[in-house]
Design a protein around this ligand. Structure first.
Ligand SMILES: Cc1cc2nc3c(=O)[nH]c(=O)nc-3n(C[C@H](O)[C@H](O)[C@H](O)COP(=O)(O)OP(=O)(O)OC[C@H]3O[C@@H](n4cnc5c(N)ncnc54)[C@H](O)[C@@H]3O)c2cc1C
Length: 458
């Protein structure tokens, strides 16, 4: 454990359920997530009622909204966060908690070629995002089971290892990131399997309990003067005079600036809020699973140094330990029917294939969340009007990114020039036939990924 890293081992008997807010808008009816079962209950915040004014209104209490609120509140700005459900209801409270300072596909050369100087600044932000998150955790004493032990991307074929060595590794090294290329024998030792063919590592990565981090960001933001309202879905927003007006079921709030931080959940809880923005991403269901705690014996060979691992498969293979020594893993299903049972069986088999020494993995928790997928596999940043900002589409790599973007969005709200912001602005582009594609495209894309994964093995 690196010096100063926040680490809180929560005893296994600390089962504390807040009202189970997984509700019928969930992609599939879920069971309680591991994070909801074991994370200490946070504060609750009253709904917005009546007319209010603030300097900055933020919609959504996930990493993006709360990190932005924390940065603004620290700078002395009056800021109010409206959350439709409760803090961490969206992806931030449900994810795998891997702190990864690279995007899924787009590497530095592609981002710089596409976005020019803004791309260069964005690359710098991505590359520093894991360190940024862990520094924020240390600075504010955020109690979130943080372990900065590094992140590793193992290659599932020799061809992928070659591609990583020649592209991803070389490009990030050129940009000064703390990356390493790991040969097969060293990787076999680090992960505890001969399933992979070498890998790419970043020493600044690691993992956190995401729901704990979300609740702790809320605590820190409020301690610095931010106001949060839960159970306050923004139904609509619009420009009024020089500023913005947001309506909820029981109130309105006026402000100079607006940050829409609803990400992949934009169209889920108040469909009329920002329909064009909602149609610019595809919310894709990701299944998360937690095993029973591993025995000391097995743990001494399975990822003994506790890094976060996510590999090169299109049908991603990923896992990390939590503070109670469970493996937190997951996967994808083409169709959700009988999902909990099918995904548990599928991933137990996968774990056994990767780790033959881990006999009969037992899955104890399964839950789901929406990942916001964009057509170009790259996050999108938009100006909604004067002093109105949003971003959307993490493509599964948004833990470090969204926390770091909080600092950048705060800068934007406080009046930074566009050429000083570390994200490239584009126009909102709704996807054609969004509703139809949402219903039909998953089986095809996943089958395509699996076919490619299989073909590359040959
Ligand atoms: C299952 C899963 C696993 C993942 N694993 C990883 C990982 O290991 N590593 C990684 O880097 N990334 C991962 N991600 C991505 C990462 O979780 C997200 O990118 C990140 O949490 C996005 O944070 P956010 O604050 O922008 O959005 P969210 O956390 O989704 O927050 C949006 C919030 O807006 C609220 N909201 C929606 N509509 C309204 C409204 N009308 N009014 C008010 N509030 C509203 C929602 O309730 C929600 O709380 C994963 C995502 C999922 C779903």
């Amino acid at each position: 454990m690196p010096e100063g890293t926040a680490q809180a081992i929560i005893p296994d008997n600390a089962l504390q359920f807040r009202n189970d807010t997984h509700r019928k808008t969930d992609p599939v009816p879920t069971q309680t997530s591991l994070w909801r079962a074991f994370t200490p209950v946070g504060a609750t915040y009253d709904p917005l009622s009546g007319d209010a004014e603030t300097d900055v209104t933020i919609l959504g209490a996930g990493f993006t909204g709360l990190s932005t609120a924390l940065h603004l509140a620290k700078a002395g700005t009056t800021v109010t966060v409206l959350e439709a459900e409760d803090v961490g209801y969206g992806a931030s409270g449900r994810n795998n908690g891997q702190v990864i300072p690279v995007l899924t596909r787009a590497d530095p050369d592609a981002l710089c070629a596409r976005f020019g100087e803004a791309g260069e600044r964005f690359v710098k932000l991505i590359g520093s995002s894991a360190a940024y998150l862990f520094d924020l955790v240390r600075e504010h004493g955020l109690n979130c089971e943080a372990e900065q032990n590094g992140w590793i991307q193992p290659a599932h074929t020799p061809g992928r290892f070659k591609a990583i060595s020649e592209n991803r590794f070389r490009q990030w090294e050129k940009h000064g990131a703390e990356v390493e290329l790991i040969d097969k024998s060293e990787l076999d030792r680090r992960i505890g399997t001969n399933f992979f063919f070498g890998g790419f590592g970043n020493r600044t990565g690691g993992h956190i309990n995401p729901l704990a981090l979300t609740r702790e960001l809320a605590r820190a933001a409020v301690e610095n003067g931010a106001v949060i309202h839960e159970k306050s879905p923004a139904l609509s927003y619009g420009q009024e005079g020089d500023g913005w007006r947001v309506t909820t079921p029981d109130g309105t709030i006026r402000s100079r600036a607006l940050v829409v931080a609803t990400n992949a959940y934009t169209g889920e809880l108040a469909p009329g809020l920002a329909p064009r923005l909602a149609r610019s991403v595809m919310p894709v269901t990701s299944w998360q699973l937690a095993t029973a705690p591993l025995s000391d014996n097995v743990r001494s060979t399975v990822v003994p140094d506790r890094q976060a691992i996510s590999d090169t498969h299109g049908d991603l293979h990923f896992f990390r330990y939590d503070a109670r020594n469970r493996l937190i893993t997951g996967g994808a299903l083409a169709m959700p029917f009988n999902g909990h049972q099918r995904i548990r069986a599928r991933i137990a088999k996968r774990l056994q294939r990767i780790f033959p020494q881990y006999v009969e993995p037992e899955i104890e928790y399964s839950w789901t969340g929406y990942v916001g997928a964009t057509r170009d596999h790259t996050p999108h940043f938009h100006r909604l009007g004067p002093n109105g900002w949003t971003w959307i589409g993490c493509n599964g790599r948004g833990v470090a990114l969204s926390v770091t973007l909080g600092g950048e969005l705060a800068k934007a709200v406080m009046g930074a020039e566009e050429q000083d912001l570390a994200f490239p602005l584009t126009e909102i582009e709704p996807l054609p036939m969004h509703k139809f594609l949402r219903l039909t495209s998953r089986p095809f894309t996943l089958s395509l990924y699996r076919y490619r994964d299989w073909r590359e093995m040959g």
